[in-house]
Ligand binder design. Structure first.
Ligand code: ANZ
Ligand code: ZN
Length: 823
């Protein structure tokens, strides 16, 4: 039989699809009402496609194709996440500029995507480094500014000495303990791995913390999202319910300490303040020990259990006792209130600190079941029953936490781990922040009519190139017209990707970032697919933006994505397949379509799987096999026509076709369900099985039984979302109408349960007639396994001459020895 020449057909079908506008989003009155917005996280323009991209986009493409054939109006767009530090670094290394480098990456990646056969509506392509795109970042920034969603603040920031830029907390990789406590000092740069240091700079922030509660509570309703992602977001927002306990500190006044264990308050034996606490800087002016300690910890990332006693004491609000006040580095500036009531008996760190500084350990909670503790050697950290706690003795921890709230100096408090989103970057390749600094008027936003503020030409410098662009920097104040300078910070690229899904809806709209009416029609995104590394940053930011835009009156919808799929990792010898790991297999090696078929057939989209040459060749053989079967059928038909041998082609199903018809209908139902559930690997399994069944029908003479040729067409359609080139080629061979990419999804002729072939009569070799009680396996058109008369298992051979046309499996049961084949 003939071989499928993949290379020959890809360019041809790409051309036809493009010419026919197959993937353009239908609009206008005749467009179907059912809309499906399918989106893959757009790629960072880093060079060329890697396996992660291919897997991601194979999933969205298969779903988009399936929904299109099922009759939906499908939006499946593609664009480029084009700004960012890596392009600047690459440009630097290659002695070019970020723009040329990025544009060349885009050309390459677009070609790769097209070759893979992904069907995008390219008329909606967006590129975030185009002024036509980033002007809307600037527009949105000024709207956020008007609505108190922007702050300009001096802040201690994470600084990467190597990249010479500020990093958001989330761009600093920390160990688990630090991550859980929102402490980032001591981490390394997410890009280059250099140890992060601290600096004070004036920075721009988006006040995402205004939405902390809403973003947190909204997670409960995101049923279409993986639980893991929702958990990561909960953890990232880090909402903790507890209490603020006020201590009176000698001549300095009140200090509030945040605690989640108010039930342990009677066990507080000291008060510890973070080095950055307001009171501490005041204290350092007069207390030399404190000043020396601040110097000591300033440069270190890991000050451990170090601390210094002050001369101050604090009054315990319950006992009235005076307890010592310490400055301790384990208390973090930006968590809670930056002050901790130290309870050595019931907290690990407090216990360690007390041991190091010789502070008393005082037990106030004991196990309810009367079992002992290891105090004072080890802290008892569980809930229990209160003791040595005055009138609260005997209460359970939970109840005590409620009751103690009523006491003077205590109030309910909630803290969050989430910080405002620092969007300032001291780098060139990003959206200029549309602000002018005027000596008289301060920071003045650039008015709409002066947008976009375009990037000046690139010059290579060690620091921020925008800072060196003197001519660009010099401008006039929009308010007073006086001499002023431009803001030289650019925006975090996560700003670009926080609303790109909206731009796709009206990519050429030029009154606003997007057309509100269109957005309200299409949102939320029905299916969003991308890597789980985006569980917190990107996926939290798009939720924040959607809410903020809704509050600005620009949108109705408050949640951007209905269903989220995190595709698993493609492994190669146990390691993640990526370019940087040097073990990526170029997508072209086996033919682009084989690659996509393989990544879809290897595992459930969310599962990791191993790339093996063997499995890839299985996918390749599957394509060849199906192609061979269809071309054989077509060739035979042609031969018959030529030799005038052809009998009239039947146009109706004959009784013994019922068997195959049922299998076709069963396959349609099964495959459709697998597509609905994104189980493409099972689609492949079903189709392999179905193809084997069809193969057996080749033996029937002539091989163009009505049901058989329907089977081939159905197979082709069911294959189209996962192997679009092959399907298009088969469709063409079968001389079917139009393009399979635009064909209707196959429908069952009858409900599968309507087929009556399970029922019928069988004649045994003993010539008695019995009822079939159960059909065990009817996947083979000829041999049927069934149970007759209770528990006798038989294999039967189907015979064509049946008395009852509906009883397709009527036939002779061959007892073991007397088995014989029927033609
Ligand atoms: C007293 C106490 C007693 C606490 C006890 C815990 C157990 P976790 O531990 O993750 O639930 N905390 C508050 N502010 C802090 C800061 N700025 N830096 C470091 N630690 C801080 O977080 C809540 C606990 O972290 C709080 O409850 C507080 O210690 C500590 F048996 O207060 B606890
Ligand atoms: Zn001014």
């Amino acid at each position: 039989s003939r071989r499928y020449d993949h290379a020959r057909v890809t360019e041809y079908w790409q051309h036809v699809w493009e010419r026919e506008g197959v993937y353009e989003t239908p609009s206008g009155a005749e467009a179907p009402e059912d809309r499906t917005y399918v989106l893959g996280m757009f790629p960072y323009t880093s060079g060329s496609l890697h396996m992660g991209h291919i897997r991601n986009y194979a999933i969205t493409d298969a779903h988009a194709r399936y929904r299109r054939m099922a009759g939906d109006r499908v939006l499946h767009p593609m664009g480029w996440d084009a700004f960012g530090l890596p392009a600047e670094n690459a440009a630097y290394e290659r002695d070019t500029d970020p723009e040329s480098w990025t544009r060349s990456c885009i050309e390459r990646m677009r070609d790769d995507l097209k070759e893979m056969g992904f069907g995008y509506d390219w008329s909606r392509e967006i590129t975030t480094c185009d002024p036509e795109y980033y002007q809307w970042n600037q527009w949105l920034f000024t709207r956020f500014l008007d609505n108190d969603l922007v702050e300009y603040d001096s802040a201690t920031v994470n600084w990467c000495p190597d990249c010479e830029t500020v990093l958001a907390d989330a761009q600093v990789e920390t160990d688990e303990y630090e991550a859980a406590h929102g402490h980032t000092a001591g981490g390394v740069c997410w890009r280059c791995g250099t140890a992060v240091t601290q600096r004070d700079l004036d920075q721009w922030f988006f006040t995402i913390t205004d939405y902390a509660d809403e973003l947190y509570d909204g997670l409960d309703d995101l049923e279409g999202w993986p639980e893991g992602v929702r958990d990561s977001q909960r953890n990232w927002i880090g909402r903790q319910e507890g209490a603020g306990v006020t201590f009176d500190v000698d001549e300095y006044g009140e200090v509030s300490a945040f605690t989640t264990r108010l039930d342990t308050v009677y066990g507080a034996t000291y008060l510890a303040l973070a080095p950055g606490h307001d009171l501490v800087s005041e204290l350092a002016e007069t207390d030399d020990d404190v000043a020396a300690y601040l110097d000591e910890v300033a440069g270190t990332d890991d000050a451990g259990l170090s601390g210094v006693a002050t001369d101050l004491t604090a009054t315990h609000p319950f006992t009235g006792e005076r307890i010592p006040v310490y400055v301790a580095a384990y208390v973090l500036d930006d968590v809670g209130t930056g002050a901790v009531m130290g309870v050595p008996a019931h907290n690990e760190r407090d216990h360690d600190f007390a041991e190091a500084h010789d502070l008393p350990v005082s037990q106030v909670v004991e196990p309810v079941d009367g079992s002992g503790t290891n105090l004072p050697d080890d802290p008892y950290t569980e809930d229990g029953m209160l003791t040595s706690s005055g009138e609260y003795d005997g209460l359970a921890s939970t109840a005590a936490r409620e009751r103690l709230l009523d006491h003077d100096g205590v109030e309910e408090a909630t803290t969050y781990r989430l910080r405002d989103w620092l969007i300032s970057r001291q780098r060139y390749w990003g959206t200029p922040i549309p602000i002018v600094h005027c000596p008289d008027c301060g920071a003045v936003p650039v008015p709409d009519e002066d947008l976009p503020v375009e990037l000046p030409a690139y010059v290579q410098t060690t620091g921020n190139p925008l800072d060196a662009a003197e001519e660009w920097k010099a401008t006039t104040c929009p308010d007073c017209g006086g001499e002023a300078t431009r803001e030289t910070d650019t925006m975090d690229t996560f700003v670009d990707s926080s609303w790109y899904f909206l731009r796709f809806l009206s990519p050429h709209f030029d009154d606003a970032p997007f057309d509100q009416q269109t957005a309200d029609q299409w949102l939320p995104v029905d299916v969003y697919v991308g890597g789980e590394e985006h569980a917190v940053l990107h996926l939290l930011y798009i939720r924040f933006f959607t809410r903020a835009l809704a509050d600005l009156g620009l949108l109705d919808e408050r949640e951007p994505v209905e269903r989220l799929i995190n595709q698993g990792t493609v492994l190669h010898s146990g390691e993640k397949m990526s370019k940087s790991a040097g073990n990526a297999v170029a997508p072209h090696e086996y033919g682009a379509e084989t690659t996509r078929l393989f990544v879809l057939s290897a595992a459930h989209p969310a599962q990791d799987f191993e790339w093996t040459v063997k499995d890839v060749s299985t996918a390749y053989e599957f394509q060849q096999d199906i192609y061979g079967m269809v071309s054989d059928f077509v060739d035979q038909r042609t031969r018959r026509h030529r030799s005038q041998e052809a009998r009239p082609v039947r146009t109706e199903s004959e009784p013994h076709d019922a068997y195959l018809e049922r299998e076709i209908d069963r396959t349609i139902a099964a495959v459709t369900e697998e597509y609905d559930r994104f189980r493409f690997h099972r689609v492949v399994g079903e189709l392999q099985r179905f193809a084997r069944l069809l193969r057996r029908y080749e033996r029937y003479e002539p091989p163009y039984l009505f049901a058989y040729s329907r089977g081939l067409r159905v197979l082709t359609k069911l294959l189209a979302p996962i192997a679009p080139y092959l399907a298009e080629e088969l469709w063409h061979l079968l001389e079917a109408d139009g393009l399979v990419a635009e064909a209707d999804w196959p429908e069952s002729l009858r409900d599968v349960s309507d087929y009556r072939i399970e029922r019928g009569l069988v004649r045994t070799t003993l010539a008695d007639v019995r009822d079939i009680t159960e059909v065990v396996d009817i996947s083979d058109p000829e041999r049927i396994e069934l149970v007759v008369a209770e528990d006798w298992k038989y294999e039967a051979y189907r015979t064509a001459q049946s008395a009852d046309p509906d009883a397709a499996i009527v036939g002779e049961i061959m007892a073991d020895e007397s088995m014989q084949a029927h033609g």
